[in-house]
Design a protein around this ligand. Structure first.
Ligand code: SF4
Length: 404
């Protein structure tokens, strides 16, 4: 049997090109952010009946569990294959494991999933799940199908601390962070719903081909759980999603961006939305801490960014607020030299929002300025608006009901 040494992740940037972790800028600030994340920690992996959830454990943690049972390291590898390649949830069906061990495993562990509390399908095929977690908290996960592929938009926190002015989620205060299990679990639920098990081999087409970490919450404020979850989905012996198919969106937690690039190397999307600090302070209040110049400097040094792997700048088009031609010209100037593309997002209204979306002709004129400056700038087609699944619209139903 093979041993359990963890195979190298594919296509990570060569270590020699990366600064050692201790030399990354902002080490102190990063330590503060990680400490704060711990204050909003999720419940642990042990259920009320004493069994533990294997989902969300890193390979090393899984190997340690098996060692504690007196099992060889290859057992962890077998389990990993069943959980993340086959999508199996029932130990009794793990045919490569002897029956007595299957029974011991079932007595001690579960292979969990968040519970689907509600599900909605948009006229355009977008599907949204309201997921109930073990402690009763709820999050939303969205699947956005394209013709021959699709992206799962996953959440990383229950609520959000950042209160971006145009975002519905930002009106739901942060309750807690999600665990790695709850983050991976969202993708597993979506794979279950489409029956995409076992994991399609190699380059074979996948319905659920991409992950965008753009749902509820700021992922870089829950970095360690996000890192563990993404390492699980990238692992080549399980879900095996290439880091090129994963995009993490941040509103600009500058000290964590370097670490994210170094440790995960996934695609980066930045919620920019304004070209002047005074306006961005208002739209994305985190800007008061990490202003535009610092944010763009972090983008310039983001590992792996190249013309083939450009950083996406999200720019929500708000009528009369940030959509002038002068704004477009300034945006082109700011992004000069960064391998960038700009996603122009027509604002998706939600109940109580104070903005309107820019008219199509204004968006088009804005796009033309960026195009002329050499930036690709797709206008994002709103998806799932009818089920409040579009960008910035997520907010759990329980919260919506409570606040009326
Ligand atoms: S845009 Fe993102 S970071 Fe800002 S409030 Fe919404 S969920 Fe939070």
């Amino acid at each position: 049997m093979p041993d359990d040494s963890r195979p190298p992740l594919r296509d990570l940037p060569p270590a020699a090109s990366l600064p050692p972790a201790g030399l990354l800028p902002d080490a102190e600030e990063r330590a503060r952010i990680l400490a704060k994340a711990a204050l909003f920690a999720p419940p642990g992996p042990t259920l009320e009946d004493g069994r533990r959830d294997l989902v969300g454990m890193t390979r090393e943690q899984l190997a340690a569990e098996m060692a504690a049972l007196g099992e060889q390291p290859f057992r962890a590898r077998q389990l990993w294959h069943w959980i993340y390649h086959q999508g199996e949830r029932d130990f009794a069906r793990m045919s490569s494991i002897a029956k007595p061990l299957r029974e011991r495993l079932a007595a001690r562990y579960v292979i969990g999933r968040p519970e689907v509390a509600a599900e909605q399908q948009s006229a355009d095929g977008t599907r949204k799940w309201l997921l109930r977690l073990r402690d009763g908290q709820q999050v939303e996960t969205v699947y956005i199908p394209e013709e021959d592929r699709g992206a799962v938009c996953i959440s990383t926190q229950v609520g959000c601390t950042l209160s971006c002015a145009f975002c519905h989620t930002g009106t739901q205060r942060l309750t807690r962070n999600l665990s790695a299990a709850e983050i991976v679990g969202q993708f597993l639920v979506a794979r279950d719903a489409y029956g995409e098990w076992p994991t399609p081999k190699g380059e074979a087409a996948r319905l659920l081909s991409n992950i965008v970490v753009m749902g509820m919450g700021e992922p870089l404020y829950n970095y360690e759980a996000v890192r563990d979850a993404l390492r699980i989905v990238m692992d080549p012996e399980g879900i095996a999603l290439s880091r090129r198919r994963i995009t993490l969106s941040t509103s600009g937690v500058v000290p964590m961006m370097d670490l994210c690039g170094r440790e995960l190397g996934v695609n980066l999307a930045v919620s920019l939305h304004a070209v002047r600090d005074d306006l961005r302070d208002e739209l994305v209040p985190l800007n008061r801490k990490y202003p535009i110049a610092e944010l763009l400097a972090a983008c310039r040094r983001y590992p792996g960014a190249s013309n083939a792997r450009r950083i996406t700048f999200e720019y929500v088009m708000l009528k009369g607020v940030n959509d002038s031609l002068a704004d477009a010209r300034e945006l082109a100037r700011l992004l000069k030299g960064i391998p960038a593309k700009v996603n122009l997002i027509p604002f998706n209204p939600w109940p109580g929002s104070r903005f309107e979306t820019s008219p199509p002709a204004v968006i088009e004129a804005f796009a033309q300025v960026l195009l002329a400056a050499g930036f690709a700038c797709p206008v994002r087609r709103p998806r799932g608006r009818d089920i409040l699944a579009a960008c910035g619209q997520l907010k759990t139903a329980s919260e919506r009901v409570r606040r009326g």
